[in-house]
Design a protein around this ligand. Structure first.
Ligand code: PMT
Length: 403
């Protein structure tokens, strides 16, 4: 079920007595970490109320194709693009017939036509309707077109008959839905990532900072989500839009970044520090703008900032697997190794920032992943590509450490 973390599931409910089980199915999918949006056919609302499903999914239920309010928010095409998986449970004989005929006469059939996402059907109907050659032709045709059939089960039916046509139980459907997704390298893990620079104020209009754009950290957050993790991104001030499905906490200073990093750290499995944190901050922040005086030289007094990644790595209880970055301009691996040891990290990503084509504020990067007994060089690539490689490598080390 870990594969459902962060997955977007559009649950379609059609008219049938098994619709009451969709409430439990919604609860199970949500509990496994999926984001669930619900579309009901008009007939489904005769069996279970949209309000129940709204409360369980945490989102308004979509009911009609031509709903100006819904189209202004998430319209039918957005919903079709949003879904990672469309699961229709229960799928009635009528819905299966309309779907296999390629009709788009309600919201659910239209979504099925408009989506690129895989579609799973959990048929639910009377055994005679299921055995009917027209229903069998329809499901054969849909299967041949790549639609996955989940069930139906065999047994006693609501109408008193016995035979094939029962909807599978919600627990089984949730498991089968999870199996539709590849097992991501970070499935089910909670990952914290720091990104971007910090800003250390001098007065209301000035600050000390650096050239970090946040691109590396944001790319790592996106790659971690795609690997199945649930991600908290703790970001200094940057101009990037956070990747979707990431819980992004915006901070300014190193002290704020430390507080946001420690908030909920007990539930964090993997901590990756890609931020360029200011090592020092002004000892005091002037209340008003500092005025130019007659002196030729102005001295600033600075005090050391807390070391965020070292604090996390030094936690005595529920310490997450901790990965730092080392931005260096010379003896890159040597300095990275000494930071790995000094900060008590599990891994460090050595980043040569002397080359303007990589490192700070560039679209590309090239790094070496350094562990206590190994080094893996990842040659120049876009930060997004590199982030995927890094996440794969880091995940392997993480899983090795938990064996
Ligand atoms: O943001 P981009 O423009 O994409 O650029 C990416 C990057 C070059 C900023 C990134 O890849 C990188 O190298 N980040 C680390 C930069 C850095 O500050 O390195 P450092 O060697 O000073 O720090 C070592 C480690 O300690 C880092 O993981 C840093 O996040 C952490 N640290 C440092 C100081 C501090 N007070 N607290 C920390 O947690």
């Amino acid at each position: 079920m870990q594969r459902l973390t962060n997955r977007r599931i559009l649950l379609g409910i059609t008219g049938g007595i098994a619709a009451y089980k969709s409430a439990e199915l919604t609860r199970l999918l949500k509990g496994a970490g999926a984001d669930v949006r619900i579309v009901m056919t008009p007939a489904a609302t005769e069996f279970i109320t949209p309000l129940t499903l709204q409360a369980l999914s945490g989102h308004p239920v979509h009911l009609q194709l031509l709903d100006p309010e819904a189209e202004a928010g998430m319209g039918h095409i957005e919903l079709a693009k949003w879904a990672d998986l469309i699961l229709i449970a229960p799928a009635s004989a009528d819905f299966i017939a309309r779907f296999s005929a390629g009709m788009g006469d309600d919201l659910l059939t239209t979504l099925c036509l408009a989506t690129d996402a895989p579609i799973c059907l959990a048929p639910a109907m009377n055994q005679a309707m299921w055995r009917d050659p027209r229903t069998q032709d329809n499901v054969r045709q849909l299967s041949a077109q790549g639609v996955t059939l989940l069930g139906p089960g065999v047994g006693a039916q609501a109408c008193g008959d016995t035979g094939p046509g029962r909807m599978l139980e919600p627990e089984e459907l949730a498991e089968l839905a999870a199996e539709q997704f590849e097992h991501g390298a970070l499935s089910g893990l909670r990952v914290f990532i720091t990104a971007g620079p910090t800003r250390e104020p001098l007065d209301p209009v000035r600050y000390i900072s650096n050239h970090s754009s946040g691109k590396m950290g944001y790319a790592l957050a996106e790659a971690a989500v795609d690997a199945g993790a649930s991600v908290k991104l703790i970001s200094g001030p940057v101009t990037l839009t956070p990747p979707s499905r990431v819980d992004c906490v915006q901070v300014e200073t190193a002290e704020e970044m430390l507080a946001a990093s420690l908030d909920g750290i007990a539930g964090c499995d993997l901590f990756i520090a890609a931020a360029a944190v200011a090592d020092y901050r002004p000892i005091s922040v002037a209340e008003h703008k500092i005025k130019k005086g007659n002196e030729e030289i102005m001295e600033l007094r600075l005090t050391k900032n807390p070391d965020i990644v070292a604090t996390v790595a030094g936690l005595s209880e529920q310490r997450p697997y901790t990965v730092g970055f080392a931005a260096e301009t010379r003896d890159v691996i040597g300095y990275a190794r000494s930071k790995l040891a000094r900060k008590g990290l599990d891994l460090i990503v050595a980043n040569d920032v002397s080359n303007p084509d990589i490192g700070f504020n560039s679209d590309d990067n090239a790094v070496t992943l350094v562990s206590a007994d190994d080094e893996v060089a990842l040659p120049q690539a876009s930060k997004r590509q590199l982030a995927r490689q890094l996440i794969e490598q880091i995940a392997q080390h993480y899983h090795q450490s938990t064996k």
